[in-house]
Design a protein around this ligand. Structure first.
Ligand code: 9PG
Length: 437
């Protein structure tokens, strides 16, 4: 038995048909059903550990491990071992010994069994746990998977015009990473945008809604925020490296830092933005020394509540977000690593962008859709340059959820346009020609 872990359940299983489900820590963490002989991917570097897994609890080589939830299908019934409380996320492990699977956890969990196949049992577990007030889910155009950090005001304007010309039923135009001057300095525009309020006004004048990407808990080491308010940072916490800099963490238990974050979201809301993709949320639940000595997951949930309070009825999408710790507080949740124009993730790492990474967890977490939140399987991308675009389209059509697309619309050929219209719920179209899977 692992130290600090208490045995919760022992399942006698049919070795051939038994499966174990691991719920990964956050959106980008692999989450799937495995055969007992499978070896799920584990981090091979610090970067991967912090950006793809629960940073403080790497899994032992010879155990399955879920964060807040793990399930065992024994051949006829499914055991679900899960936290009853989203503010406490114990690690749950499963050890296979012959025809027995022993499940243990390092904190309070409930064990329930249903005479149902795995995904159906998980769906039962999820019933009634979602947010109280469901907001209608919009269709979205997102800038990321075409323009990445180089997105400009002209790119957004071009697509805004094109969606009008093509008559595409896109509700929200969501500007992703790239509009801001620095990570943490959200209200100062990058050189490629004159002004975000101006862009928002243009989007709204076209009769569409405006959305924005923000990483609320991230503070880039190069940012003004880091220079001005080192006392607002979680001491000893690092959210990894990206954008060529170390990523520090905003301490939302510090009253002035909380007031700052509240003011940022209120400013976005005042511009008329009513769709928020909040990203790198795992940073808010990293361990470290905070102004108020609360558990990191409790601090994270308080931060989410603060954001919700500042944006009112706006639509909130979690990304890079601890899944079980976000239950009840977001409208939609990214349930996988990023998709990409390519299929294979770098080095085969399933936490890195690639269609194979996105398909793994998008399928694995399908049971969460419309129960815990609207599942976001990541954007439809169907321009000719996308590898195996038929398969990717079939995946998002079969496993969504939230419907966002992310191509330069002028680059779509007839097939891409037809699939996009169909995806947006517009009649008169062809279907993706490939079978799901
Ligand atoms: C914007 C993007 C997009 C995307 C998100 C998120 O360094 N990294 O390992 C890394 C992981 C994920 C990632 C970016 C960088 O993607 O999922 O949709 O919004 O941020 O930067």
């Amino acid at each position: 038995m692992d130290e600090d872990f208490v045995e919760i359940a022992v399942a006698d299983v049919d070795v051939g048909s038994a499966r174990v489900y691991e719920e990964g820590w956050q959106s980008w963490s692999p989450s799937a059903w495995y055969r007992l002989t499978d070896a799920p991917q584990r981090p091979t570097s610090d970067h991967q550990r912090v950006l793809g897994f629960r940073a403080d609890g790497p899994a032992p080589e010879d155990r399955f491990q879920g964060e807040g939830l793990l399930a065992v299908f024994d051949g006829s019934s499914t055991h679900v071992i899960a936290t009853p409380d989203p503010a406490r996320i114990p690690t749950v492990r499963a050890h296979v010994a012959g025809e027995r699977v022993r499940v243990s956890a390092n904190g309070p969990v409930e064990h329930r069994t249903w005479a149902l196949p795995g995904p159906e049992a998980l769906a039962r577990w999820a019933l009634g746990r979602g947010p109280g007030a469901a907001r209608p889910d919009p269709t979205v155009w997102c800038s990321w998977y075409q323009y990445f950090t180089e997105v400009s005001q002209d790119d957004v304007a071009e697509n805004l015009a094109t969606m009008g010309e093509l008559g595409l039923a896109i509700d929200v135009v969501q500007v992703d990473d790239g509009y801001q001057s620095e990570i943490g300095d959200w209200l100062a525009p990058s050189g490629r945008f004159d002004s975000l309020p101006g862009m928002v006004e243009r989007i709204r004048r076209e009769g569409r809604r405006a959305g924005v990407w923000v990483a609320p808990w991230l503070v880039g080491a190069r940012s003004e925020l880091a220079a001005r308010h080192p006392e607002w940072l979680v001491r000893g916490a690092r959210a990894g490296r990206n954008w060529g800099q170390d990523l520090l963490v905003l301490d939302t238990t510090h009253p002035a830092a909380a007031a700052h974050l509240d003011a940022v979201f209120e400013a976005f809301a005042a511009m008329g933005i009513d769709y928020f993709k909040i990203d790198f949320c795992y940073a808010g639940a990293l361990r470290g020394r905070r102004h108020v000595d609360v558990d990191a997951v409790v601090a994270y949930r308080e931060g989410l509540r603060l954001i919700r309070g500042a944006i009112g009825e706006a639509y909130l999408v979690g990304c890079g977000a601890p899944t079980m710790a976000s239950v009840g507080l977001v409208d939609a949740m990214r349930v996988s690593a990023d998709t990409a124009p390519h299929v294979e993730p770098r080095n085969g790492w399933l936490t890195e962008p690639g269609q194979r990474s996105a398909v793994l967890s998008g399928r694995g977490r399908h049971w969460q859709n419309r129960r815990l939140w609207v599942a976001d399987p990541d954007c439809l991308i169907v321009r000719p340059a996308v590898e195996q675009r038929e398969r990717w389209a079939a995946h998002v059509l079969g496993y969504g959820g939230l419907r966002s697309c992310s191509d330069r619309l002028r680059d779509l050929d007839d097939w891409g346009l037809e699939v996009t219209r169909h995806f947006l719920g517009q009649p008169a179209g062809a279907q993706a020609k490939a079978e799901p899977g």
